[in-house]
Design a protein around this ligand. Structure first.
Ligand code: KMH
Ligand code: ZN
Length: 274
């Protein structure tokens, strides 16, 4: 089994300080949270950025200063900007962080449209996915294929057959989002069984589903994503003081299963970005 790649989704676009005061907004807070996750064992930082008041933004200038702050504190960590941004943003707005100079090593590529609770719709048409994939191919960016449901894997396979999506593929199964696939062992089995054999995958799940689903992924040879974007609790009723605390818990679970933790460079090799 490969060593375990831990991704920390430190901030997201939806979760706020009202839910957990430790959710980072400012550049300094984003740096602090990335650093706590990195020293706990994360090799990838999945990055959304905020204005100081918490408003989500995809502004390239904000990504630049946040990326610099993270690199100062965690020099070899893999930074994976979001191209999902927040609900309602335009494609051009969302894509801004891939145009950083130098381009990021990785970025997310969301693989379908879905309900996001209430009246919210997260829009990723086929043409949007193709446009994002082609831009990332051109810039040599490794995409993490965000699949919130089985049909999104089918979309990836169709776009692979048409030459838009390259191998080896790296998936992130996002479980338990309202409108997407559930968060049970059966759901994970179904998704794992639906991707090409030479792919890698990581698992994340929302709220109380985070640690049970991540544990299953660790056991089965997949990778793990935790962080305030997905869940703010360390255990029932106990708010996490930092993203680092969530990563430390993943490391404890991995130790139980006898799974070693990948350094950033080991993660690069596993993901074929070295
Ligand atoms: N905030 C969601 C609308 C991604 O980072 O690529 C989209 C999202 C996925 O978080
Ligand atoms: Zn995200």
């Amino acid at each position: 089994m490969d060593k375990l790649i831990i991704t920390a989704a430190i901030c997201g676009a939806e979760v706020t300080k009202e839910i957990n005061i430790n959710v980072p907004y400012t550049v300094e807070e984003i740096g602090r949270e990335a650093e706590s996750a990195y020293y706990a064992g994360a090799s990838i930082i999945h990055l959304h950025v905020r204005e100081d008041d918490g408003t989500p933004t995809q502004d390239i200038k904000r990504f630049k200063v946040c990326t610099e702050e993270i690199k100062k504190r965690c020099p070899d960590v893999i930074i994976q900007p979001s191209t999902g941004g927040a609900i309602g943003m335009t494609n051009k707005e969302r894509l801004q962080p891939i145009y950083l100079d130098p381009p990021p090593e990785m970025a997310t590529l969301d693989c379908g449209t879905m309900n996001f609770g209430g009246d919210e719709i997260f829009i990723n048409t086929e043409n949007t996915i193709i446009y994002f994939a082609e831009e990332m191919n051109r810039l040599g960016i490794k995409y993490e294929l965000e699949c919130f449901d089985k049909g999104m894997i089918d979309m990836v396979m169709r776009l692979h057959d048409k030459g838009y999506i390259k191998t080896p593929m790296h998936f992130n199964f996002v479980l338990g989002v309202v409108g997407g696939i559930g968060a049970t062992a059966r759901d994970i089995e179904f998704l794992i069984g639906s991707i090409p054999k030479d792919s890698t995958y990581t698992v994340c799940a929302i709220g109380k589903h985070e640690f049970p689903m991540v544990s299953l992924s660790i056991k089965k040879g997949g990778h793990a994503r935790v962080g305030f974007e997905d869940n703010v609790y360390l255990s029932k009723g106990v708010l996490a003081k930092s993203n680092g605390e969530l990563v430390e818990k993943v490391v404890r679970i991995a130790n139980e299963f006898g799974r070693d933790i990948a350094s950033p460079n080991e993660a690069r090799k596993i993901l074929s970005i070295l």
